[in-house]
Design a protein around this ligand. Structure first.
Ligand SMILES: [Zn+2]
Length: 84
């Protein structure tokens, strides 16, 4: 899943707006999910740095269940590539 850059209804650029400037579609819940997902991805990075791999994986997977930010996917990729 990508960040919400364009309105899925009319393809207008959204920028950081929570409502489409062209058609008025409301994306406030999607924006909230993006913010929560990024916060979880940051938690995942912190846990990974602290050596808490399991907690990092849980946080990264939770982030991906909301919006799948690049940062969370990178954490999961790093965990999977580590020797077990
Ligand atoms: Zn629109």
């Amino acid at each position: 899943m990508q960040a919400l850059d364009r309105c899925p209804a009319c393809r207008a650029r959204l920028g950081d707006a929570s409502a489409c400037p062209r058609c008025g579609s409301d994306f406030s819940m999607a924006r909230l999910a993006e913010r929560q997902s990024l916060a979880l991805a940051r938690v995942a990075v912190r846990e990974l740095i602290l050596g808490q791999t399991r907690q990092a994986a849980v946080a990264a997977q939770a982030a991906c269940s909301l919006a799948s930010p690049l940062l969370a996917r990178a954490v999961l990729r790093m965990i999977r590539q580590r020797p077990s």
